[in-house]
Design a protein around this ligand. Structure first.
Ligand code: SF4
Length: 106
């Protein structure tokens, strides 16, 4: 979708793979919340939701915001099942959050 790629990064939660541990919401409560119905994480203010058979499969948001980006970076890093991704919209590739430091990718 053309409007999706106006900002520098896409934050993606592959929600269907969430194991409901709550680590992201503890790490960055302004960015994530746990859903009261199915106990999975929700990406706050997501602008794009992929739904199949009434199940939210994934959620996305675009950001240039470095502060928000740091929170996304740390919460992505703490997700035990690695279902939070940060995608560089210029290259279309996922940021290597496990091998790179935040300073290196700003
Ligand atoms: S850290 Fe990962 S598995 Fe845990 S609640 Fe967040 S998205 Fe789900």
């Amino acid at each position: 979708m053309e409007t999706e790629n106006k900002k520098k990064y896409t934050i993606e939660l592959v929600r269907v793979g969430c194991i409901e541990c709550g680590a992201c919401a503890k790490m960055a409560p302004t960015l994530w919340e746990m859903d009261k119905k199915d106990d999975k994480a929700n990406l706050k203010n997501a602008t794009d939701r992929r739904i199949k058979d009434n199940v939210v499969m994934s959620e996305r948001i675009q950001t240039d915001d470095i502060k928000g980006y740091e929170g996304y970076f740390q919460s992505a890093k703490c997700c035990p099942v690695r279902v939070i991704h940060i995608i560089d919209n210029e290259t279309g590739k996922k940021i290597e959050i496990y091998t790179q430091k935040l300073d290196e990718i700003k």
